[in-house]
Design a protein around this ligand. Structure first.
Ligand code: ATP
Length: 877
């Protein structure tokens, strides 16, 4: 049977043609007063928006699903669609339907995607909304060492960033900047997934967009420069390709007004403390494992302005390693702590400075409302006293901020002169432009307000002429202005009045005079609106020339806000000024965990602890202690104190002297980690391996229960081997190693810079009291059973476990274990000298063939394990 050809209505034909251009977007199709969605888009939209799904042309050949909402609700529904991860193409009517011949012309006016959003309901005030692009470069020395370019752009603020590096570095940046959308060239789809995982919202573009000459051209055209030298990025080939792709995507999504993207900033790898993705997550800087738990940023954010909030996140992502810059921030914080009055005065002004960075971007994109322009002016006015206050101080950094702040006098004056202070959000509401600004406007307005007097006079006159006392003049949408006469006076109505409507009790008439009056008033109102719109758009266009100075002010206020916030944080929580120097030692006296100390039940004090590490005497600390005793807290607080100090904040400690730290690594043993599908142990080993390959003299390494993802002896061996490696490594990185394997305490006998500490507990009869104090010395045995008891495990289980533990301890004393390790060493040493046995020949072969230069630590461990197994097999045989 021949297939029926579906008959398309002209509207659906138009719809299908537009939809075909945006196949991967949800198309909002404007029909009259509604935005409609059709077919699969309608099914999706109805689910996300919880709106009714109906059928169009039910029963006919062209039956299709339909769901829509009134056009004025776009700001309610659009954010929901975008937050649900949709790309939304907004298709509007491009001509006045009344004047259209045939079907109304329609076209997509904006493509809103998660990474390209300007709508306040989609954006978070204290977070950036980044669009990113990643470009995989040609391979350099090895496959794992490929250069990858990355670029981030927040179209709502105009910030545009560029960088490039190896996969690990780009991964760290992606973790820090957490883009809402990542652009990748189609052929690199799998490469991206394999390298960076599947957590990102990705969009795949044609490969030709990712070509360096096209990208360079796009950037040069945007910035209207001859080269990229001025930005200091010209040699970042992969980065440039990524940045070009980002700009290309903006034009593809119909974002053409981009003059607020005034520069591109390079993120330089060596200017900031390095933290990889595991560290960022383990330290719970922005996100915690438990969705609702408090994070570091929650605790330390005392900023007032949205720009300040966003900058604080940036500072946390990129702590400094430049001593002078760090000290400068500390100086300012100290200054504010010493002078609470000036701190309050400045903060009081910052309260009036709203999001000038996003406001000025809205000027560029012509999306700013009259009320927002007034807000911009008020914000700039608050900057005037801040400039004066900071310039007057004797603090150099503050003076510099004060000197750099732009007064924008002309801009403020012009806005003040043009707009009414109470200007509305929507210009159509009227009363936007000040009457003093335009004499025409003033006249027209007085005409429309004098109208009431005119009508009153007319009413009085007509009452007198007709002798009707209850006359009323009013207006409605149908008949315009009319005179209303109650039926009782009907006979007194003059001949020349024209009857328009009869009600139950009254009749409504119009007169020549009323009609004339109406035309005049309506004409005036229309004209007022037209003048207001024209003057307002002229104003917005004119403000465009102030984008750079306002952006500069925004950046300076953000800095000031962060520094004031640090002072307040320090004041509220007794943080002290850390001393940062060029040594390699870390000396923290009575340090606290900034987040946990805020979370403890009322009245329960946080027990502060000392931590000392250096590269000479105390490079590695083995911290033993039962579960829940506070080992992880000590590890994390040490890292957080260093981080806070180097981002410019004071720290939760009585005293801290910190040798500049350039890298912080933390690793948590498998059972603390969220399983990633892969063998968790393998994951743990891979993660640890990447530390061992990257350590430097200034690194701080925190290992939490590494090795517990496997059987006890494997775990101990691996923990032992890793510690040994760190100890023997020429960089001698400062390390804290938390473990419940008390067997590792034996290491101090062999390795001079390893020291044993434990988190003290008081053993009561059948219980443990956590003292949470870090004290010198190792632990004798594990305490897991006590914790099980506290957790409410049944008596029999506890009893039985105690018995088993005693037996095990008898049969595997730690001395025995150490002996075992030593015997193994001796065995191996012996065997290297007596290579006459065929097995040993084989082992010799294995070892000789190992290429130490390319061997990763994990591979080394595995090789060792293989050899050990061969030997044990032989022994058993
Ligand atoms: N110094 C401290 N003062 C007060 N309470 C603390 C302190 N350290 C830790 N705690 C409390 O003890 C809890 C457990 O601490 P933590 O997770 O550091 O223990 P742990 O020894 O690492 O345990 P596990 O081995 O199970 O990971 C914390 O959540 C906190 O509530």
């Amino acid at each position: 049977m021949a297939k029926k050809v579906k008959k398309e209505t002209p509207l659906m034909k138009q719809y299908n043609a537009i939809k075909a251009k945006y196949p991967d977007a949800l198309l909002l199709f404007r029909v009259g007063d509604f935005y409609e969605t059709f077919g699969q888009d309608a099914v999706k939209a109805s689910k996300i928006l919880d709106i009714i799904l109906t059928k169009r042309g039910a029963g006919s050949d062209s039956e299709t699903e339909l769901a829509g909402f009134p056009h004025h609700s776009i700001n309610t529904y659009l954010p929901k669609l975008v937050k649900a991860g949709c790309r939304v193409a907004i298709c509007d009517q491009l001509e006045d339907p009344k004047q259209a011949i045939g079907i109304v012309k329609r076209g997509v006016t904006e493509l809103v995607t998660p990474g390209v959003a300007l709508n306040d309901d989609i954006l978070h005030s204290k977070s950036n909304n980044f669009l990113a692009a990643v470009c995989f470069g040609a391979s350099t020395s090895s496959a794992t060492n490929k250069l990858i370019g990355v670029s981030f752009l927040d179209v709502s603020t105009g910030e545009f960033l560029i960088s490039q590096g190896n996969a690990e570095y780009v991964d760290k940046l992606l973790q820090n900047f957490r883009p809402s959308e990542v652009l990748i060239s189609k052929p690199k789809r799998n490469a991206f997934k394999d390298t960076f995982g599947t957590d990102f919202h990705t969009f795949y573009m044609e490969d030709w967009v990712f070509q360096d000459d096209y990208a360079t051209e796009t950037l040069l055209k945007h910035f209207q420069t001859k080269s990229l030298k001025g930005f200091g990025i010209e040699e970042l080939y992969e980065g440039i390709v990524a940045s070009g792709a980002v700009l290309h995507y903006l034009s593809e999504t119909q974002h053409h007004r981009l003059q607020h993207i005034t520069t591109i900033q390079r993120i330089t790898k060596n200017d900031h403390v390095w933290m990889d993705r595991f560290t960022i997550r383990n330290l719970e800087l922005y996100q915690s494992y438990n969705q609702n738990a408090v994070t570091l940023i929650d605790v330390i954010d005392r900023t007032i302005s949205p720009m300040g909030g966003r900058l604080l996140k940036r500072w946390l992502a990129l702590p400094l390693i430049d001593l002078d810059k760090i000290n400068q921030r500390h100086e300012v914080v100290q200054f504010f702590l010493d002078d609470a009055v000036i701190l309050k005065k400045i903060q009081n002004q910052i309260k009036y400075i709203n999001d000038i960075e996003r406001l000025i971007s809205k000027v560029a994109t012509v999306k700013i409302s009259p009320r927002e322009v007034v807000q911009l002016k008020n914000a700039l006015e608050a900057i005037v006293p801040i400039k004066a206050l900071t310039q007057k101080t004797d603090n150099k950094a503050l003076q510099h901020i004060g000197d750099s702040l732009e007064l924008c006098e002309e801009l403020r004056q012009r806005i003040k002169a043009t707009l009414n202070e109470e200007a509305p959000v929507n210009i159509l509401k009227g009363d936007t432009i000040s009457s003093n600004f335009s004499s025409e406007l003033k006249e027209l307005r007085s005409l429309s307000t004098s109208g009431k007097d005119y009508l009153d006079a007319m009413l009085q006159r007509e009452s007198e002429i007709t002798g009707i006392t209850s006359l009323k003049i009013a207006s409605n949408n149908v008949y315009g202005y009319y005179i209303e006469v109650r039926h009782s006076h009907r006979d007194k109505v003059p001949e020349h009045w024209i009857r328009k409507q009869t009600l139950v009790n009254a009749e409504r008439y119009i007169t020549e005079e009323l009609k004339e009056y109406e035309t005049k008033i309506l004409g005036a109102e229309e004209r007022i609106l037209a003048i207001e719109q024209q003057l307002f758009s002229e104003l917005v266009l004119w403000i465009g020339q102030f984008i750079k100075p306002v952006q500069k002010n925004s950046a300076l206020i953000a800095q000031l806000d962060c520094l004031c916030g640090f002072a307040q944080l320090a004041f509220e929580n007794r943080y002290t000024r850390p001393e940062i120097n060029e040594t390699f030692a870390l000396d923290i006296k009575n340090g606290r965990h900034p987040v946990i100390e805020k979370q403890l039940p009322l009245g329960e004090p946080y027990i502060a602890n000392d931590v000392y590490l250096d590269r000479e005497k105390q490079q590695i600390i083995m911290i033993t202690g039962p579960n829940m005793s506070g080992k992880s807290a000590i590890l994390r607080q040490t890292a957080l104190i260093v981080l806070l100090a180097q981002m410019g904040s004071f720290v939760p400690a009585e005293h801290a002297i910190i040798g500049l730290t350039d890298k912080i690594f933390t690793r948590v043993g498998a059972s603390d980690n969220i399983s990633m599908g892969e063998s968790t142990f393998m994951v743990e080993m891979n993660e640890t391996a990447s530390i061992l390959n990257n350590i430097s003299e200034r690194s701080l390494v925190l290992l939490d229960e590494i090795g517990r993802g496997t059987s006890t002896y494997d775990g101990i061996s691996i923990a032992w081997a890793i510690s040994e490696y760190l100890h023997e490594h020429p960089s001698k990185p400062k390390t804290l190693f938390a473990t419940h394997y008390h067997e590792l305490n034996e290491m101090t006998e062999t390795f001079v810079r390893i020291k044993n500490f434990n988190v003290s507990v008081k053993e009561l009869k059948n219980n443990v009291l956590f003292l949470r104090k870090l004290v010198e010395g190792g632990s004798q045995h594990s305490f897991g059973i006590h914790v099980a008891k506290m957790a409410g495990m049944p008596q029999q289980v506890i009893h039985r476990a105690n018995k088993i533990l005693k037996q095990l301890e008898k049969s595997h004393s730690s001395e025995e274990l150490t002996n075992k390790v030593r015997t193994l060493e001796n065995d191996m040493q012996l065997s290297f000298f007596n290579l006459d046995d065929p097995l040993l020949e084989q082992i010799k072969e294995e070892i000789v063939n190992i290429d130490i230069d390319v061997l990763t630590p994990v591979e080394a461990l595995m090789k060792l394990n293989e050899i050990k197994r061969m030997l044990l097999k032989k022994k058993r045989a």
